[in-house]
Design a binder for this molecule. Structure first.
Ligand code: SAM
Length: 296
C-alpha cells in the first residue's frame, strides 16, 4: 500500500503555490487546462500500418494530423473505446498516446544499429515509438521495475511488432555497470503535475514529489554511467515544475546540453534555454524534455 495520500478533488494548495511562484500570471491558464477534456490522439505504428490504412479505418470521422509529427493523429468526436474497437487497433497498427508523450522519442532520433536504453519503459508507448522510428532496426533495451506494468510493456511490444527489443523486469538503478549504450531515454517517474485532470482523482502530493526527486537523482546518475562517451540522454517528465525538470538535470557532471528546436504547433511554457516545457492546454499535456550529451 502506498503511504501517500491525495486530496479527493481539486488541485492541492501546495501545487497551486508552486505553479504561481514559477509562472506568475500564467498559472491560471495551467489550472484551467486541468479542467479540459482532450480529444483522442494516437500514433500510427509504421512497423505495421501506414497513413492510407489509417484514413480507411477512420473514414467518415474527423481526423486531424498534428503539425509536429506526421505519425500523430487527433480524432475529434470519438472516444478511446471507439478506437479500441477498430481492426487497426486490434492489429497493433496504431497506439493510443498523448501528443506530448510522442515528443521525447523524436528527440532521441533513433537509428538502425544503435543500442538504446529505455530506462523506465512501461507501458511501452515510447519503446515502441523508438523502434518504429528506427524502422525496427535499433537495438532497444527496455527496463521496467514494476511487475504488473512490465507485463503491459511486454504485451505492447509484442502487439506493436517491435523487433530487437530486450525486456528487463529490473530496477534500472541496479543495471549492470558493464552495459554501454549509444543513447538513453529516461522518461522519469514524476509527480505528474503536467497531466492532472479534474475528471479523475488528483494524485499529487508533496510527499510524492520528494520521493520522486530522490529516485530521479539515482536514475539520472545511472543513465549517465551507462552512456558511451559522446552518447546522448533524453530526459523527460510529465511535470511542469522546475524542481523536477531543469533542477534535476543541473547537477549532472560531464554533460553538455544539446539545444532542442521548438516543434511546430506545440504550446510552450518558459523553461531554461535549449529545453522544452510543453504548456498544458485543450490538446497537449504538460511535459518537459531536455537532451544532454556525455562529454568524452
Ligand atoms: N516511458 C513510459 C511510456 O512511454 O509508456 C512511461 C514511463 S512512466 C513515466 C515511469 C515508469 O518508471 C513507471 O512505469 C514506473 O513503474 C517505472 N519505474 C519507476 N522507478 C523505476 C526504476 N527504479 N527502475 C525501472 N523502472 C522504474
Amino acid at each position: 500500500m502506498s503511504d501517500i495520500t491525495y486530496p479527493d478533488r481539486g488541485i492541492p494548495e501546495a501545487l497551486q503555490e508552486k505553479l504561481k511562484a514559477q509562472y506568475g500570471e500564467g498559472f491560471g491558464e495551467i489550472l484551467a487546462a486541468f479542467e479540459k477534456e482532450r480529444p483522442v490522439t494516437f500514433r500510427v505504428n509504421r512497423l505495421k500500418a501506414d497513413e492510407k490504412r489509417v484514413l480507411q479505418e477512420f473514414a467518415g470521422m474527423t481526423l486531424r494530423r498534428a503539425a509536429f509529427y506526421e505519425d500523430a493523429f487527433i480524432l475529434v468526436d470519438a472516444s478511446e473505446r471507439d478506437v479500441q474497437k477498430t481492426a487497426l487497433y486490434e492489429e497493433g497498427g496504431i497506439y493510443l498516446q498523448s501528443l506530448s508523450s510522442m515528443l521525447p522519442p523524436l528527440f532521441v532520433e533513433p537509428e538502425a544499429g544503435e543500442s538504446i536504453l529505455d530506462m523506465t519503459a512501461a507501458p511501452g508507448g515510447k519503446t515502441t515509438q523508438l523502434s518504429a522510428l528506427s524502422g525496427g532496426g535499433a537495438l532497444i533495451t527496455a527496463c521496467e521495475r514494476d511487475k504488473f506494468r512490465f507485463e503491459r510493456l511486454r504485451y505492447n511490444v509484442e502487439k506493436q511488432g517491435a523487433p530487437r527489443v530486450t525486456l528487463l523486469n529490473e530496477d534500472a538503478r541496479t543495471l549492470s555497470p558493464y552495459f554501454r549504450f549509444d543513447k538513453v531515454l529516461l522518461d522519469a517517474p514524476c509527480s505528474g503535475s503536467g497531466t492532472l485532470s479534474l475528471s479523475n482523482p488528483v494524485r499529487w502530493s508533496e510527499k510524492l514529489l520528494a520521493k520522486c526527486v530522490l529516485l530521479r537523482r539515482a536514475l539520472l546518475k545511472k543513465a549517465f554511467e551507462l552512456l558511451k562517451p559522446g552518447g546522448t540522454l533524453v530526459y523527460s517528465t510529465c511535470s511542469v515544475l522546475r524542481e523536477e525538470n531543469e533542477e534535476a538535470i543541473s547537477s549532472l557532471k560531464g554533460a553538455r546540453l544539446v539545444p532542442l528546436a521548438p516543434p511546430e504547433g506545440v504550446p510552450l511554457l518558459p523553461s531554461a534555454e535549449g529545453t522544452l516545457c510543453v504548456e498544458p492546454d485543450g490538446l497537449f499535456e504538460g511535459f518537459f524534455v531536455a537532451k544532454l550529451q556525455k562529454l568524452a
